[in-house]
Design a protein. Structure first.
Length: 307
């Protein structure tokens, strides 16, 4: 029998949500932290060293969220371009703060060598609600395609369009959390009227390569750097990570463009999506942020060395 997840409280088994269920879901989402004080304020403090621009603004009801990007101050069109994105899923905290830590602590090291474009928090509504979706129950990280239904995704694509063909590397910073299994996958199954199949969460850091343009040596360079900060997720008994075959230690592959993932928004040769595991008893929030920042540095270093 086709049954949705039995413990998800919204919807009818086997029936996709309509406007009534989406409204009920939205009514349950509460603001738990401040984008302004935790993210925008940190970006504002970078203005003395970097260019900061508002590349869009989200208007959700009475709430308004500026979408902010950070650029190298002395942008030089003769230099290669690197894109760093975080917070596509707003609840994945180290993606946001790891990107900001990279800019604050390491970006100056690349001055005159590369143009940096950093969008540290693509989904501020999701950041405040600690949620994967936007208020329309849409996952921005499955929405990076033309005529996107997610304004978060559409705004980033407009920002990136001028450098899409010039970028040499794009790293998209994510987390895999225990709530993926307890909340977000059950909600997805309920929303789409599909059965929920329980899975497992890898304990540790891993990467997602592009199956349509795999770069195994690039991925392993990032893994080697991050391993100095936090542990790498082992494959399960079936040789999988998060249900996908591990093609190398700590690496799986997805067809990025086909799935509408953020890491597909440029034509860069070197692309990767980080996945930090913040719920591990072996990792602190500080280690998670550091792992993201270290991953960015390793990815840029590799890309520059292989131009």
């Amino acid at each position: 029998m086709n049954t949705a997840n039995p413990f998800y409280p919204i919807g009818t088994p086997g029936k996709p949500w309509d406007d009534v269920e989406r409204a009920e879901w939205l009514s349950r989402q509460t603001r738990q932290r401040s984008y302004e004080s935790e993210v925008v304020s940190k970006i504002e403090r970078l203005r003395d060293r970097f260019d900061v621009e508002e590349y869009g603004r989200l208007e959700y009801g009475e709430e308004s969220f500026p979408l902010l990007a950070i650029r190298s101050r002395d942008w030089n069109d003769d230099l290669p371009v690197v894109l760093v994105t975080g917070g596509v899923h707003g609840y994945e905290t180290s993606g946001v703060h790891g990107a900001l830590q990279f800019v604050n602590q390491h970006a100056a090291d690349y001055a005159g060598r590369v143009n940096l474009l950093v969008a540290p928090c693509i989904s501020p509504w999701g950041y405040e609600r600690i949620h994967r979706w936007n208020p329309n129950a849409i996952d921005p990280n499955r929405s990076f395609y033309d005529n996107s239904p997610a304004e978060e995704s559409a705004a980033l694509m407009r920002l990136v369009a001028p450098i899409r063909d010039r970028a040499v590397m794009h790293i998209d910073l994510h987390e895999t959390t225990d709530t993926d299994e307890t909340e977000f996958r059950p909600a997805l199954a309920a929303r789409d009227g599909k059965p929920f199949t329980p899975g497992g969460i890898p304990d540790g850091f891993y990467l997602v390569d592009d199956s349509e343009n795999p770069q195994p040596e690039f991925q392993q360079a990032v893994i080697a750097a991050v391993e100095k900060v936090t542990h790498i997720a082992p494959a399960d008994a079936d040789g999988n990570l998060i249900g996908s075959p591990a093609v190398a230690r700590g690496v799986i592959q997805y067809p990025l463009k086909q799935l509408g993932l953020c890491a597909s928004v440029t034509n860069a040769t070197y692309k990767t999506t980080t996945e930090v595991y913040p719920d591990s008893p072996r990792a602190t929030p500080e280690q998670c942020n550091e792992a993201q920042a270290v991953a960015v540095c390793a990815a840029i270093d590799y890309a520059l060395a292989h131009l």
